[in-house]
Design a binder for this molecule. Structure first.
Ligand code: SAH
Ligand code: SF4
Ligand code: F3S
Length: 482
């Protein structure tokens, strides 16, 4: 859609349209006019820098921010020091994500003293927290623009209000049921892309802030998703990652309900698309239908990310995860029976309130039994407003740290063993980049998400190549083209 809209035909003397996305295109045209003026005065275009601090969902949102900035005529930079407009797309899932932002803001303030025209914007999940916005308004008045996750589609309009102004614009919404389609996107990779299939989360795991900052679960209509993927494929994309906090509950609230497995089967039929990934699967909603759809598919990658969080049924209950240790183990066995070569990865939290040594041993036990290809391990972080924050029995820091180290050591030991199981085989690798350390090598991913480095050139980027896996170096392979 958006590439059919000619920004030059928009009449800025008219009032802005009220419907979306037309309204945002009007404001992009308006921003572009400001950029032209800027260029005339300064002999160069303003430079923008988008910093992504969150998960894949946030990364996709950042591509939407980039899309607007690109259409408005900004020149892209990755160096904050060179930028005239900096936007942080924040995360707040753990406290340290939050702290990092305040730390960086001090630095941005110093940049602004050198370049008074610098405009600073903050958006993303952290901006959905009232106490954060209050603090910014009180002590960080040099920030020009603050908005949240629900009104990110209004970025062009908000940008236009900020350009050349030194007022602080703050606009955050509590929730929305609106999904605005067809806004510009500037992808990071030409050959792969994230695709949102749903927004928000209804699960309210007791430790997690995401439902509060991302709002209630909303699914996009399958036609919109399929159209977007077809356009991406026409534009050179080989691999898509379907994104949602809990993809297994996709489509339940649509006017005409569709299951995630049905959606996958329809995505599979798109010609030219080679690989399909998805994230994240909540174990409680993973259906047999999905397992069959994966097993029968030629395009769905042999990889599933299945967050465990804890191996103790007692802790799982306190976490409101709605499955037990036994159910989780049975599920992984069922998946492996149907898809024997599948890679299983996970997320684990250590130190949830009330976690005893026995509970922690249950987690270690699951790790030993499932033998994850890899696992993200997190120290429990108390998030204000979540039920777990009010729980007694918060585990002392030193105890958590010791458990965390033991878990990490076990996860890495197993991951190293499991990852090497393909040595000597030939696998298809989607090449992503020239290797950062050795320019004679390129780096790509196998369908189970493992990295492979092998001799190649920049012309291999974006191609799927058969590679012989010569040797496993722990978490990646060295290979040669066959
Ligand atoms: N929707 C996904 C997870 C999104 S958040 C799911 O349900 O699996 C990504 C990961 O961050 C979670 O899986 C969890 O392991 C971790 N996480 C979330 N809240 C946390 C907290 N308060 N402290 C520590 N880790 C947390
Ligand atoms: Fe958070 Fe649970 Fe929702 Fe995942 S499913 S985003 S962990 S509340
Ligand atoms: Fe993602 Fe962090 Fe938000 S994990 S959904 S960016 S709080």
């Amino acid at each position: 859609m958006y590439n059919e809209i000619d920004l030059n035909t928009i009449d800025l003397n008219q009032a802005p349209p009220t419907e979306e996305p037309a309204r945002q295109y009007y404001y992009i045209a308006k921003c572009r006019e400001w950029v032209r003026d800027y260029e005339q005065k300064n002999g160069r275009r303003p430079r923008s820098c988008v910093v992504n601090m969150g998960c894949q969902m946030n990364a996709r949102d950042s591509e939407k921010l980039e899309g607007v900035l690109e259409q408005a005529g900004y020149e892209k930079t990755t160096r904050e020091e060179d930028a005239d407009f900096i936007i942080y797309n924040t995360c707040t899932v753990r406290e340290n994500a939050n702290k990092r932002v305040y730390g960086r803001l001090g630095y941005l303030h110093s940049l602004k003293k050198k370049n008074p025209g610098l405009e600073i914007a903050l958006c993303g999940c952290m901006m959905q927290e009232k106490q954060v916005v209050d603090k910014l308004k009180k002590s960080y008045r040099f920030v020009n623009l603050v908005f949240g996750t629900h009104n990110i589609y209004q970025f062009a309009e908000l940008l236009s209000r900020t350009q050349g102004s030194d007022r602080m614009v703050v606009d955050t919404w509590e929730d929305t049921d609106k999904i605005v389609e067809n806004l510009p996107v500037d992808r990071k990779y030409p050959f792969k892309s994230g695709v949102n299939i749903m927004f928000g989360c209804n699960n309210f795991c007791s430790y997690c802030i995401v439902p509060y900052v991302r709002g209630r679960e909303k699914s996009r209509r399958p036609e919109e998703i399929l159209d977007e993927i077809r356009r991406l494929v026409a534009d050179g994309v080989l691999e898509v990652m379907l994104l949602g906090q809990n993809v297994n509950s996709y489509g339940k609230n649509l006017d005409e309900p569709v299951t995630f497995a049905q959606l996958l089967r329809r995505v599979e039929q798109i010609d030219g698309l080679k690989r399909i990934r998805f994230m994240t699967s909540h174990p409680k909603d993973l259906s047999d239908e999905l397992i069959s759809a994966m097993a029968e598919s030629k395009k769905v990658c042999r990889h599933i990310h299945l967050p465990l969080q804890s191996g103790s049924s007692r802790i799982l209950q306190a976490m409101n995860r709605r499955y037990t240790k036994e159910q989780y183990l049975a599920l992984t066995e069922k998946i492996r029976r149907a898809i024997p070569d599948i890679s299983i990865t996970t997320d684990i939290i250590v130190g949830f309130p009330g976690e005893t040594e026995e509970d922690f041993e249950e987690t270690m036990d699951v790790v030993r039994r499932v033998r994850y290809d890899s696992a993200f391990t997190f120290i429990y972080s108390k998030r204000t407003g979540t039920p777990a924050a009010a729980m007694e029995d918060q585990v002392p820091e030193d105890v958590v740290k010791r458990r965390f180290d033991r878990l990490l050591a076990l996860v890495q030991e197993i991951s190293r063993e499991v990852s090497s199981r393909y040595t000597g085989q030939v696998k298809e690798v989607l090449v992503e980049e020239v290797n950062g350390q050795d320019a004679a090598l390129v780096t790509g991913r196998m369908d189970n998400n493992l990295l492979v480095h092998f001799p190649g050139t920049a012309t291999d980027i974006g191609r799927i190549i058969s590679v012989h896996l010569d040797i496993c170096k722990g978490f990646y392979y060295m290979g040669t083209k066959v």
